[in-house]
Structures are given as C-alpha cells and as structure tokens.
Design a protein around this ligand. Structure first.
Ligand SMILES: [Zn+2]
Ligand SMILES: [Zn+2]
Length: 112
C-alpha cells in the first residue's frame, strides 16, 4: 500500500464519490417523488391512499410469535385454547390489528 500514486488516489476519491451518490440517489428520488405528489395535490405521505401500512406487522395486523410471543404465547394458548394453533397469532398493538394507520396528513383535512 506504500506505492499509491496520485492518480490511484484520485480514482479512489472518485469511486467514493460515486458510491456516495449511488447511496444518496434513492433518497433524492424519494424527495423528488414527494415533491411531485405535492405538486399534483396528492398526499406526501400516502399518495391519497389515506392510509399507511403498519411497519410492525407489515400490513397484516397480526404478529406471529416474536421474542416474547413464543414462550409466553405458547403457554397461554395451551392453557386456554387446548393446543389448537402451534404458532400464536397476536393482534398487532401498534395498528390495533388493522394493518394500517389512517394517514395523519389526510385525516386532519378530511374525515371520510
Ligand atoms: Zn400493525
Ligand atoms: Zn395521506
């Protein structure tokens, strides 16, 4: 590594710049699409869907297992349900098992 020339160093610098640009590109893209939506009169957050998918349950409204769910849930289900389902399904508490939230941006302006 002691024979690094100036051009190699420059190449490394350009490569790093390109890497940074490629990493930043999706963010810039998201920013542009967001501004496009606002230009079109669409909601920035949900694009007029009026809802945002829950990130905790991935839009299903149900959490399966988890760090606490497996041990705690298993005991609970076996004592209560008699061993009906092996994997306990727990309603997502983040979205109240709906799988999505009302978009805060839209629900403020319209209550449909
Ligand atoms: Zn959820
Ligand atoms: Zn919205």
């Amino acid at each position: 590594m002691e024979n690094i020339t100036a051009s190699e160093l420059a190449g490394f610098g350009v490569g790093t710049l390109l890497l940074c640009a490629s990493i930043a590109a999706p963010r810039i893209d998201a920013f542009i699409s967001a501004s496009q939506r606002s230009t079109l009169g669409m909601c920035k957050r949900c694009g007029n869907l009026r809802m945002i998918a829950c990130s905790k349950c991935k839009g299903t409204g149900i959490l399966k297992g988890g760090p606490f769910g497996f041990n705690l849930g298993d005991d609970l289900y076996q004592s209560v349900g008699g061993g009906g389902s092996k994997v306990p399904s727990i309603a997502c508490t983040k979205c109240q098992a709906r799988g999505h939230f009302c978009c805060p941006d839209c629900s403020d302006t319209s209550s449909v």
